[in-house]
Design a protein around this ligand. Structure first.
Ligand code: NAD
Ligand code: UFG
Length: 359
């Protein structure tokens, strides 16, 4: 199959590219590198020994996206990762989030419709369940979100549902990720956040590598085993493999459905710190601070629908999550280095790649 991947240079996208290439698929990556580096795709090629077409393009640019579809007539399906994802930032600049995530998806779907490509796997999030305290969370839990980022995911799911309802040729899987962590076992690709990490795992690993002094644990009086927040951490390689299963599903069925991708097991912040300390053989200094506004005490998935309907389940536990994160962080203390990569630009003839410099 030929799969177009939006946001393929990002954290989850790059790991999914590896799994798709290893599975013998042809991939085409579209990314504007607003939150990623071309070097990630270089590394994907290094891991797999395979090359693929890369477009430095913005989903909001419909003309450019149409040209990509014109140049690549054989696209069977799209995996749509591209989007902005920082909860706090979305509260500060909601318009950017609505424009990028909603309009980007609308433009993508319009172009897909025009070129009769109607198989789509969408990156949704457990954030669509809002601040529910009912765990484990099934796909039937009520939707609603507490911030603009989450609302873009809820709205996009509704839009996709309407598209699939209006035209029964569409086939769409919305994958609701829980907490993606970890890295490819090669240590070549991983999460490379800009600035101060918002999420627990990259923060812990930056403390371990000496980039940050100490972890702040947000809250110690939650109603949990040890008082700290509990989440369903899922290894990014397991998550990536879930996309291959979802692709099988969308190419075999019609309509739209949503699936939780999580392990079904909750781990507390302190348990993750301990798992990381064991994996890295390092002490992680931490101190307790106030709870983070908007955080829930406990969130974990009921992943049984993905098990029964996609034939997918997570295989990697906290040890692999932490070991792989640490290997990536230790080998790449500053994330992806500044490197060059061959990227196709708009209107560039397909056999004459231009050199792209990451700034
Ligand atoms: P990421 O930021 O690493 O990857 C997203 C990629 O999309 C980046 O490479 C970015 O440059 C690109 N992009 C953004 N807007 C674009 C546009 N308009 N045109 C072209 N490219 C664009 O994020 P990620 O962690 O890999 O997440 C991938 C998807 O999964 C996102 O939609 C995110 O909301 C969703 N998700 C992520 C998490 C998580 O914790 N990482 C959890 C749940 C859902
Ligand atoms: N935490 C800390 N210190 C930190 C960072 C996090 O104690 O420096 C705690 C949080 O309070 C929470 C847990 O670690 O209890 C996990 O926090 P993350 O920020 O890593 O993840 P969240 O569950 O808050 O949110 C993430 C993504 C959301 C997504 C959600 C579900 O950031 O976008 O998972 O997929 F919606």
């Amino acid at each position: 199959m030929t799969i177009l991947i939006t946001g393929g240079a990002g954290y989850i996208g790059s790991h999914t590219c590896v799994e798709l290439l290893n599975n013998g698929e042809t991939i085409i990556v579209v990314d504007n590198f607003s939150n990623s580096k071309p070097e990630a795709l270089n590394r994907v090629q290094q891991i797999t020994g395979k090359t693929f077409r890369i477009y430095d393009a913005d989903l909001l640019d419909k003309k450019q996206l149409r040209e990509i579809f014109l140049e690549n007539e054989d696209i069977d399906a799209v995996i749509h990762f591209a989007g902005l994802k920082a909860v706090g930032e979305s509260v500060a600049v909601p318009l950017s989030y609505y424009r990028n995530n909603i309009n980007g998806t609308l433009v993508l779907c319009e172009v897909m419709q025009e070129f009769t490509v109607k198989n789509l796997v969408f990156s949704s999030s457990a954030t669509v369940y809002g601040a529910t305290d009912q765990v484990p969370i099934t796909e039937n839990s009520p939707l609603g979100s507490t911030n603009p980022y989450g609302r873009t995911k809820v709205m996009i799911e509704q839009i996709l549902g309407d598209i699939a309802f209006a035209d029964p040729d569409w086939s769409i899987a919305s994958l609701r990720y829980f907490n993606p962590v970890g890295a490819h076992e090669s240590g070549l690709i991983g999460e490379d956040p800009h600035g101060i990490p918002n999420n627990l795992m990259p923060f812990i690993s930056q403390v371990a590598v000496g980039k940050r002094e100490e972890l702040h644990i947000f809250g110690r009086e939650y109603n949990t085993r040890d008082g700290t927040g509990v989440r369903d951490y899922i290894h990014v390689v397991d998550l990536a493999k879930g996309h291959l299963k979802a692709l099988e599903k969308v190419t075999a069925m019609k309509g739209m459905d949503a699936y939780n991708l999580g392990t079904g097991k909750g781990l507390s912040v302190l348990e993750m710190v301990m798992a990381f300390e064991n994996a890295a053989n390092k002490t992680i200094p931490f101190r307790f601070t106030e709870p983070r506004p908007g955080d829930v005490a406990v969130c974990y998935a009921d992943p049984s629908k993905a098990g029964s309907q996609l034939g997918w389940q997570a295989e990697r536990g906290p040890e692999a999550m932490c070991k792989d994160t640490w290997r990536w962080q230790r080998n790449n203390p500053s994330g992806y280095d500044r490197k060059t990569l061959t990227v196709y630009k708009e209107k560039t003839p397909r056999h004459e790649p231009v050199e792209f410099f990451n700034s």
